[in-house]
Design a protein around this ligand. Sequence first.
Ligand code: ADP
Length: 498
Amino acid sequence: MNIVLITTEAVPFAKTGGLADVCGALPVQLAEHGHDVAVIMPAFRQIHNAGQPISHTALTVHVTLEGRDYSARVLQSTLPGSEVPVYFIDHPEMFDRPQLYGDSEGDYQDNCLRFSFFSQACIQAIDLLELPVDIVHCNDWQTGLVPAYIATGFGGYAWMERAATIMTIHNLAYQGVFHKHLLPQTGFGWEHFRADELEYYDQLNLLKTGLVFADTLSTVSARYAKEIQTDQHGCGLQGVLRRRAGSLVGIPNGIDTSVWDPATDPHLAMNYSISNWTQGKAANKRDLQESFGLTSSEEAPLIGLVGRLAEQKGWDLVIEAMRHFLSTGNRAQWVVLGTGSPEYHEALSRLARHYSDRLGLHLGFSDALAHRIEAGSDIFLMPSRYEPCGLNQLYSLRYGTVPVVNPTGGLADTVVDATSENINDGTATGFHLPTFDSYGMIETLSAAFSMRTNSPEKWAQIIQSGMTRDWSWGRSAIRYEQVYADTIARKTGRVWGD
Ligand code: ADP
């Protein structure tokens, strides 16, 4: 199959979250399965720090938006460890900025223009690069216009007739909603500003546009695919998603085992595998305690947290539970890595100043530290309010760190709760919060601490069970292949493999 994946993030070029991990790893897996894959993304400032050589193609795209001409060079690199080409749309005014989507003031004001431009540039680049294309795989709201351009034959490119589209939702809460007066920036006329196309409660909604026009919709876990059709988790798009339920699939993300493997991870104080995890984890825990100036102790449970400091991730509950354990003199230690909302920055900084022997805090983005926290913690806490898939709990399982999660979306699908039944049959891999509040969190963490101290054989079994689960991309890539093939067959009648 010829696959073009359009995204704004891909490891190692640009990353704010899990989208980047997926779009860096899936194309490589698909290429290993024999498909021709190309990735197109914006030339954000960050791509030049990825350690991958970037060269110029001779090509330039020209897009006219609201009567103004914009041109961008097309740059080129490859995904590490593969020959998968990555093409970058290089428009410095739009993409050479400190951040991808916004700064401390909020989202960049011209995001509608930036990603309308990017989407149109992508369809033109496919043509100029003469990429053969059976499937165009779009990701999140920034690429939502692409399925609409293809479905309506925007630009009149011949390849559009045979290209089937898939739109993947990595997080339904981010939709690219703009004032309707920006509609002309998309290149569409007002005849398309209708409830079954680009309009959403009298506004422009780019994700909805993708959901309406793409041939197939996917999201990143089976549970989240169901949840987003409900009023509780549908973020206002539940109606659209229910109408398209027959074309919506849930495929869990995998983990890139060339990057996330405790046996080879270059960031760790000691590499380890299932055969020597006790020594390996102890060495990494000591390393973490030392670098954060925490009391050196094997017995004290160490809880790690890594993630965006956003309401979604349940930091309000974490801070309450943390305050409880720290103020009551509990010996548990905490290491937190994250960046995001100033209110969480402040609350965590206050606690870290007060309890510096038990709370280590790094407010920022550090890939190396994320790896060291996964390796050196006993428990990984991830109480997301909702979680499309979640990657950190998968890294935790592989690194022998017991995840404690709110059972929603991908967290429910990937972490098996330590009920007595699941412990007895050897399937338990972590703990589910019984209720989404700080009481539930305190109760569950206390139960985990107690099991670790008083039933070390059960604790070891949970760790080993998690470490042996296969969350590599291979299985998920096969699911994508099937979905691509079904989508091509539905759109064009062509049966892949014939
Ligand atoms: P989301 O995509 O909602 O942010 P995921 O769990 O799917 O959440 O993916 C988050 C990814 O981003 C993981 O690879 C995680 O390690 C990484 N990450 C998040 N915050 C940080 C940070 N402050 N420093 C380093 N890595 C981070």
